[in-house]
Design a binder for this molecule. Structure first.
Ligand code: ATP
Ligand code: MG
Length: 265
């Protein structure tokens, strides 16, 4: 069983359709999607301001207050998921779109507070908003869907302790699912050919070079590296970060023909 994260960065071109078509032709596969870029561009079009925060460690992420969550869920669970389901239908493959709230599929904890840097670079504590991290997965729900031949298509929204929707990072969510399901592989597909250092794609990351590599990558890739590590430490056999816009991107990534492979042996 393979878990594929379809990067939101692929949604701005036609590349994602190829990924969905390949997933539609596979046996047991779970698709997790992002869509942050789409949320941002639609936010601009509809005049809904998107907020971002930077952690003291320098990680930038979306700040999800309730207004942002309203819009985020409309785009993610609405437009992005619908586009993917349309493409699955065109391939004749059954697929079902889910969030963590559906059947209590993925539950988690809300981040009560966030430590962020203000405009002057000073640390400050703010309310966590509607963001969280996954802690529980109903694997039986996914297994049931897959045994009926359908592909679960999962948006990065989980169910909080008060049944509130929580925004989670798509890469980390895919990693969580891959580790709990003991996936054969987690494939993180994005708009770059893997982890690029000094202009070259790094083929392999393991315990020995992980920390050094993490320090040298920028926003977007940092989350993928952390996700890949969580997946392989947690029970997935391997994780690959690869470009989604090439032909047979998923199978090429799994076979090691493209991308950066992360293992933890
Ligand atoms: N060392 C690096 N090698 C490759 N890409 C890097 C590196 N450092 C930073 N990046 C950035 O990471 C980006 C990919 O992450 P990003 O979060 O933007 O996309 P995504 O995860 O596919 O989309 P989404 O977060 O919406 O699902 C690349 O487009 C690139 O700009
Ligand atoms: Mg990303």
């Amino acid at each position: 069983m393979i878990v594929v994260k379809l990067g939101g960065s692929l949604l701005s071109s036609e590349a994602w359709k190829q990924v969905v078509r390949e997933a539609a032709s596979m046996g047991t596969v779970i698709l997790v999607h992002g869509g942050g870029h789409r949320v941002n561009s639609l936010g601009q079009r509809y005049g809904v301001e998107q907020k971002f925060v930077t952690s003291p460690e320098g990680y930038r992420s979306r700040y999800t207050d309730w207004e942002t969550m309203e819009f985020f869920s409309m785009v993610m669970r609405g437009l992005v998921a619908m586009d993917i389901l349309r493409e699955m239908r065109a391939c004749g493959r059954d697929a079902i779109s889910l969030t963590g709230l559906d059947m209590g599929l993925i539950r988690g904890e809300r981040k009560k507070r966030l430590v962020v840097l203000n405009e002057r670079g000073r640390r400050m504590v703010i309310d966590g908003g509607f963001t969280g991290r996954p802690t529980h997965l109903r694997a039986d729900v996914l297994t049931g869907i897959m045994s009926s031949g359908a592909v679960p298509v999962i948006a990065p929204i989980i169910c909080g302790e008060e049944n509130e929707p929580l925004n989670v990072d798509g890469d980390r969510l895919a990693a969580f699912i891959a580790s709990r399901m003991r996936a054969d592989a987690l494939v993180l597909l994005t708009n770059v050919p893997g982890v690029v250092l000094d202009g070259q794609v790094l083929n392999k990351i393991d315990r020995s070079n992980y920390d050094a590599v993490l320090q040298r990558v920028g926003n977007g890739m940092d989350k993928k590296l952390m996700a890949a590590r969580e997946a392989v430490e947690g029970g997935a056999r391997l994780a690959v970060i690869a470009q989604g816009s090439s032909e047979n991107a998923i199978s090429r990534a799994i076979s090691g023909a493209s991308g950066t492979v992360v293992t933890w042996t």
